[in-house]
Every structure is written in structure tokens, then in C-alpha cells.
Design a protein around this ligand. Structure first.
Ligand code: SF4
Length: 66
């Protein structure tokens, strides 16, 4: 696994969990956003943990870039 792309689908409830797990990648204001320019490969376990922990399962990631 080498995560190249991370995004948030519609439905985020802004619970803040992803930012608390991995503030290097996620910022939560009105809803969660992915910080631009991050080397996701350094935070793979935290990204996967965030996606699995998100209560509405809107955090997605892919091994391929756009
Ligand atoms: S964990 Fe999910 S619902 Fe919570 S802020 Fe992050 S993306 Fe939104």
C-alpha cells in the first residue's frame, strides 16, 4: 500500500475525529478537508485508522494519484 490520494466524500458531520488522529493530513472546520501537498506515504497507518474510525465512513484513499 502506498497512499497517493486522500479525499472526503459528502456527509462529513465535522466530528473532529480524523483531525485528532492525524492532524498532519486532516483539518476539520465546517467539514473535514485534506491538507494540500502532504506526503501521504508518511501517514498511511493514521489515514487508514481515520478512515476506519470515521463514524460516517466518508474518508477515502487510493494507491493511485488522479
Ligand atoms: S472523522 Fe469523518 S465525520 Fe468526523 S470530521 Fe473526519 S471525515 Fe468528518
Amino acid at each position: 500500500m502506498a497512499i497517493k490520494k486522500v479525499w472526503i466524500e459528502e456527509g462529513c458531520t465535522a466530528c473532529g475525529l480524523c483531525e485528532s488522529i492525524c492532524p498532519e493530513v486532516f483539518v476539520v472546520e465546517d467539514e473535514a478537508t485534506v491538507i494540500d501537498g502532504v506526503d501521504f506515504s508518511q501517514y498511511e497507518s493514521e489515514i487508514i485508522d481515520s478512515a476506519e474510525s470515521c463514524p460516517v465512513e466518508v474518508i477515502k484513499y487510493d494507491e493511485k494519484p488522479d
